[in-house]
Write a protein that binds this ligand. Sequence first.
Ligand code: 5GP
Ligand code: MN
Length: 345
Amino acid sequence: MLSKVILQANVDKVETYFERAEKIVIVVHVSPDGDAIGSSLGLYHFLNSQGKTVNIIVPNAFPDFLRWMPGAKDIVRYDKYKEFADKLISEAEVICCLDFNALSRIGDMGASVSAATCRKVMVDHHLDPEPFCNVTISHPGISSTSELVFRLICQMGCFDDISFEGAECIYTGMMTDTGGFTYNSNDREIYFIISELLSKGIDKDEIYRKVFNTYSEGRLRLMGYVLYEKMQVFPQFHAALIWLTKDEQKRFQYIKGDTEGFVNIPLQIKGIRFSAFLREDTEKDMIKVSLRSVGKFPCNRLATEFFNGGGHLNASGGEFYGTMEEAIDRFKQALVRYEDLLLKD
Ligand code: 5GP
Ligand code: MN
């Protein structure tokens, strides 16, 4: 049995919003990941089964390894079809904000969503949600937004309306946000939910292959290169750093998503508890920062203090405006500042 994690009064409100609405829009954060796409498609399939007209709008491109997901072809990109997307947003009767906690996380789309006068619902698992929605379902203790979507549908009493396609999408989001159930995944109810999704006929092993084993040759060669040439280990701080310039990305025919997960690799070294990946963005003039930790080290605090960012205890990120050398210096300053916490555990 599943605990009723979501406040039932909120479930009831959302159910009423859905019942009264014809047109529903789902929005997710910039550079959508498996959980953003999985949770939105999971909800999309459910709402379709209820006869709703649903559109998912993403701020920009999502990785190729998620394109196989049922419904992914219908996702609208805000950066490509702004006018059309703005029309959908302004005509929506409900806007569902999935996998993000602040309007600043959806880029340019934030202004349109903010201006829309319809009801808004947040379903998310990031800390400190901003109060811009009529209903805020925020559970940082839950490992993925996709899991929350599953719980929401079940608490509405609609488990039977989850289709095979919907189950595939929800499973994908749960799997990607936990690294294939290797972190943030000790809650036993996760496995109950997986069992329920399997009852819909999903092939979890095939989903794993479709998501994790479909990389380009360039990505593997780039991985070899960064691990051999670009990884610096700081054993005295239990930390490691990888950095990548624009030129290097060009050299390996980088396409979006190619460096996904690189930040986790140094954590496989014995004793390393904190890992950072700095990448010069190919579109914006900034360095994207990805941070990961194991155990109690709060990489989100470090992200906020040093890299204008935030996120979860063990997975966070931010942005740095300056040269790569300056970003690396900043990382080293952070190590010194956080030495006590890095050496604890
Ligand atoms: P990733 O390293 O996969 O890009 O991001 C991991 C997590 O860090 C995200 O789920 C998000 O919670 C957080 N995050 C990444 N980039 C930013 C950022 O620029 N600002 C904030 N506040 N959080 C971020
Ligand atoms: Mn997520």
